[in-house]
Structure formats: C-alpha cells, structure tokens
Design a protein around this ligand. Structure first.
Ligand code: GP9
Ligand code: MN
Length: 615
C-alpha cells in the first residue's frame, strides 16, 4: 500500500491532477462563470508547459526553480481570491502596498477571508515534494546520461514556440475582442499584462496634451447655468461629516420596531437638503478616496489610494477655497495619522491641522479606533478654541467592518432570523453612530456653534458587500427586493442649513464627485478652477456617476439607469437596469454613450492627476 502511494506520488498524472483541481477552485473563487471553462484549459496548458519544461531540463536547481514558481503562483491565486471577494476584481501588482494597510485592520482581513481559499495553498508542500521525487526518479532512470544535443535543442525550440505564442496572445495584434476577453481573465495572461502595464507600460504611456484634456472636459462634464440657493450659507462655518460605511437603506427605516437612524432622520426633516440618489465613487483607497473626491470633485485612482499617488500634487478644492477666505481648516479622525497616508496628503489638500489618534484622548476605543462619541465631543472642543470661521472635516470610524460593539451599547433587538449575521452587527453600529451624531448636534447647539454653520453629512462607501457574509440574503429580505449594486453603492448625502427654511429632497443622481461644487454654490464660492468633474446637484437637471471600484471601470449610474461592466470587459456582455425598480434595460445606444462617458471621466481624472494640471 505504502509502495503504491509512494509510486503514485512520483507520477506526473498526480501532479497534473493537483494542478487541475487547484485551477477549478481558483476559477470558482473568482466568480466562476461559463467562460471559466475556457480559461481553465488555457491555464492548465501553461502550467503543464512550465512543469514539463522544467522536469525535462537538466538544470541543477530545477526543483528549487519549480518550488519558487509554484509558491508565487499559489500566493497570487490566494491573493486574487481574497481580493475578488472584497473588490470583485483580481489583484494587481500596483496593490502590493495594500499588504501594509491590511495588516493594520486584522479583524477586517479575517472577516473577509473565505475558508475554501486555503485549498489554493494547501497543496503547495505536497506538490513540491511530488515534483522533487519525480525529478529524483527521472534522474536515476537517466543515471548519468546527459541530455543529448538533439533533446536539448528540441526542448529549447518548444520553449521558444510556447513563449512566442504567449507573447502574441498577450500582444493581440489583430485586436480581437475574444482574445482581449481571455487576456483579462485567464490567470497567467491577466497577471502578465498587469505586470507589463505597471512597469514597462508606464514608461511608454502617452499622455493627452492639455488641449485634449480640456476638450474632453467640455464633452463630458455638465455645466449648470442656474443659481438656485446660491450663497444661502455664505460665510458660515462648514462642518463636514464623512460617516464610515453609512448606506442609504438605513435612512428613514425601522427594524423590529426601532428607528435605525432617528437623529439623521430628524436632521433631514428640518432645514436640510437630502439627496436620495447619491452614490459612492471610491477607488481602491476606500475611505480616503471618498474624502479625496468630496474635497476636490475628481475621480480617485482606480489602482490605489490617491492620497499616496498624488500627495505632492497641487489641489484647489474646498479646503483651499475656504483657506483663501480666511477659514481655519482642520480634520479629525480617530485612527492612526499615517493610515491612508492622511498625514502626508492633508497639507496639499488645504487641510491645515489634522487631529488623529495620536493627538486625541484615546481612552475610549471601539473596534479600530477612538469611538465616534468621543471623537465628536473632542471635535467640539477644538471648534470652541477657534476664533474665526472654520472648516471642520470629521471622518467617523465606529461603523467600520466587521462592526464590533460591546453588548451594552447594542440597542437594536435582533430578530431570530438575523442572529449572528454581519447585517445585524452593522445595524447596531449604524445605530450607535447615529446616536453619536445626535449628541454632536445637541452639543453644537449648546455651545452656540450650530446656527452659524452648515453641516454636510454623507457616507463614504458600502458596509455590506453584496457578495460577502450572505449579506444579499439578509438585505434582500430587509429591503424587499434583490440586494444589488444600486443599493450597495447608494449612500446618503444631507446638507443641513440651520434657519434656512429650506427642506427638500433632491433625487437627481449624484456622488461624492459632486459634493465640492454643490457646497461651493451654497457658500457662494465661484468655481474658477478648470478641473472640476462634478456638478452642483441643487441646480442639476440630470446626474451621472462613474464607478471604478467594486464595479469595474465603464460601470455607471445615471437617472433611471445603472450599468455594470462585466469582467470580460465587453460592453455587450454587461447588464443595465433601472436602479429604482430593478427592471432590466436594453443595452441601447444611450447606454453605450454613457459607458463611453464613464471611461472618459476615468481617463480625464487620471490625466489631470498624473500631469498635475491643477494650479
Ligand atoms: C481608517 C478608516 C477606515 O483610517 O479610514 O478605512 P476603510 O477601511 O473604510 O477604507
Ligand atoms: Mn471607510
């Protein structure tokens, strides 16, 4: 028996079977579709080709070379599976930086982990030892017979042919959409292209010239001519609150008889403009990208956090405009200064002071950092010390994945069906954050800081990923329709102007990209900068938001239509639907135009940032 097993482990069939099994698991974990059936044999051929070449070679260190290759392949597959679970995309070498950030949020990392992805690593020691045995036996068989010249030549010819074919496919000289689709999905082709793009490709990147950028701006950015509510809040303090993972579905809703966000709801009811078709447009820098977009009206990079990529760029967004008008500008966040590179990025964003965990009283910690209640209370103390007008930017944290809250603070009675779910934990932390916001507003009133301010409050991104933690099941039950991107990407935006008598709901489509121009109109700030990609939503007749993360570039939402770009990156294979009713829409010319606009806006923002065009 022992002998049999040992023999089996020395055969190349076993090694190949392991390869195939691993590929099946891999393609399943990265959203296996009908097309995976096509990618799988291609990956199998490539992996068998590498294995075959190495085993036939007479190189001294071939076992070591194979081991290193196989470890790299396996780790990349594992990273892809994890990353796909969160972002709906495979990983790029541009995101190697994320390892550092992930290490700082271990609870979120563990909560994102899919147990079956372990299978992508488990076979590594077995397979490496199989390969070593296989080589040893093969060597013994040859016993001293050096590879002859013909054999070697044949092996080299095969290798050259294989590599050439691979390069031709990657290069795709006939520009075939079918090949392009394979290249963006098949493991080896996808990662080779990514490595090329991020290294050599960057050197040869041809950028648009300034005139072309401006022309694209004219074609793709809406220009409003009306001036409703212009200057209604001129000269007031600006209190901007970016709420961690606040989704729109909790607004004006009760759960098991308890109002989820009573304080935000109360705020909406008087002197507030509530934007109920408002979406997150973050890139890979999540929270920090929501900040970046809201402050500058630019789309963040689709690759990594813009706060690092463009930390030294020139900006002229909202904090700068207010600085020019004599405001004190400061940000408060209950986590480490250097997370998302905020400490380096804020000065060029026009934020003069940054109060982070290191500067604040950190005696009350919940989850990742200082509790929202404590952060808000300390923010009021900072405001009180200001003698002139201020712009305060508070970024909350308690409602952060995986939504951990001490039992004595959990006030939502969870129904039997939702027990132990991430959905229920989320409701608890949302309710807590809402309470903290309520206390903050009361405190502002008590300190005489409320009446002469405007409050801009919005969510940064989703809290419940539709593809994780069975969120789709719990959410679909709660919202009474299929939990799709239209609800996942929707966050609330509220602008409260105390004493204005202005209470309304605006349903035109908008996103974080529109915050700066919308607030600028209320404060009577002229948008003299050329590079503003959003629009004032109060005076807008229609709206548009492009997505780059969670939904692939090319995806968008506009009034009455949402479109999801498929992984195959072919417009025709995407899907469009009415974000309100869920009704499927045809992929007509209008939809294609919007898809092209979404791509143009992404390119435009990249050009503005890469070329540092803002003065
Ligand atoms: C940490 C906070 C959370 O500083 O911004 O970031 P997120 O994980 O949501 O991007
Ligand atoms: Mn966040």
């Amino acid at each position: 028996m022992k002998n049999k097993i040992s023999k089996m482990l020395q055969s190349n069939q076993v090694i190949i079977t392991f390869f195939l099994l691993k590929l099946c698991i891999y393609y399943y974990l990265i959203g296996g579709s009908f097309f995976s059936l096509l990618y799988l044999p291609i990956s199998a051929v490539i992996i068998i080709f590498i294995f075959g070449h190495l085993s036939a070679s007479h190189r001294k260190h071939r076992s070591t070379i194979f081991s290193v290759c196989y470890i790299i392949i396996s780790i990349t597959m594992f990273a892809d599976a994890m990353y796909f679970n969160y972002y709906n995309q495979t990983v790029s070498i541009a995101q190697l930086w994320q390892v550092k950030n992930v290490a700082k949020v271990p609870e979120s990392f563990i909560a994102t982990f899919i147990p079956s992805s372990v299978f992508l690593l488990l076979d590594v020691p077995i397979l490496i030892s199989c390969f070593r045995r296989y080589i040893r036996i093969a060597e013994r068989r040859k016993s001293g017979n050096d590879e002859n010249k013909i054999g070697r030549r044949q092996r080299y010819i095969k290798a050259i042919c294989g590599i050439s074919l691979f390069i031709i496919i990657v290069y795709n000289p006939i520009n075939s959409k079918f090949i392009a689709k394979i290249c963006s999905n098949e493991f080896f082709l996808n990662h080779t292209i990514d490595i090329y793009d991020e290294t050599v490709g960057r050197i040869f990147d041809t950028s648009l010239d300034k005139e072309e950028v401006l022309e694209m701006m004219n074609e793709n950015v809406q220009n409003e001519t009306k001036n409703d509510l212009q200057g209604i809040a001129e000269g007031r303090n600006v209190i901007m609150i970016q709420v961690e993972a606040l989704q729109n579905f909790v607004i004006n809703r009760s759960y098991n008889g308890v109002e989820l966000t009573p304080n935000i709801n109360k705020l909406i009811q008087s002197d507030s403009i509530y934007f109920d078709h408002f979406y997150t447009n973050v890139g890979k820098g999540n929270t920090s990208d929501a900040e970046f977009s809201a402050l500058n009206s630019l789309y963040p990079s689709a690759e990594r956090e813009s706060y690092t990529l463009y930390q030294d760029n020139n900006f002229s967004g909202l904090p700068w405009k207010l600085t020019d008008r004599g405001y004190d500008t400061f940000a408060v966040h209950g986590y480490e200064k250097e997370f998302w590179n905020r400490n380096e990025a804020y000065p060029n964003q026009g934020i003069q002071e940054f109060y982070a965990m290191e500067d604040l009283d950190d005696s009350e910690i919940i989850g990742l950092g200082i509790s929202d209640m404590s952060v808000f209370s300390q923010t009021v103390d900072i405001m009180k010390a200001k003698t002139g007008q201020f712009f305060s930017f508070v970024v909350t944290l308690t409602n952060h994945h995986p939504y951990i809250l001490d039992e004595d603070k959990c006030e939502i009675p969870v129904m039997y069906n939702d027990l132990e779910s991430k959905f229920a934990s989320y409701l608890q932390t949302v309710h807590y954050t809402d309470k903290a916001i309520g206390q903050f507003i009361e405190r502002l009133k008590a300190e005489g800081l409320y009446d002469n301010s405007i409050i801009v409050l919005y969510g940064d991104h989703h809290g419940l990923n539709k593809d994780m933690d069975d969120n789709d099941i719990y959410m679909s039950r709660f919202i009474g329709k299929e939990y799709d991107y239209d609800e996942m990407m929707k966050v609330p935006m509220i602008i409260n102007i105390p004493g204005s008598g202005c209470t309304r709901t605006i349903s035109v489509t908008g996103g974080q990209i529109d915050i700066y121009p919308t607030v600028a109109n209320l404060l009577n700030i002229e948008l003299d900068d050329k590079y503003v990609l959003g629009q004032d939503l109060i005076n807008a007749e229609s709206g548009f938001v492009a997505f780059t993360s969670y939904m692939l570039p090319g995806s968008f939402v506009t009034d009455g239509m949402m479109y999801e770009m498929p992984r195959e990156e072919l417009f025709e294979m995407g899907r469009a639907w009415d974000p309100d009713t869920g009704k499927e829409l045809t992929l007509d010319d209008r939809c294609r135009e919007y898809y092209e606009k979404a791509i143009s806006l992404k390119v435009l923002s990249e050009e503005i940032l890469e070329q540092d065009l803002i003065n």
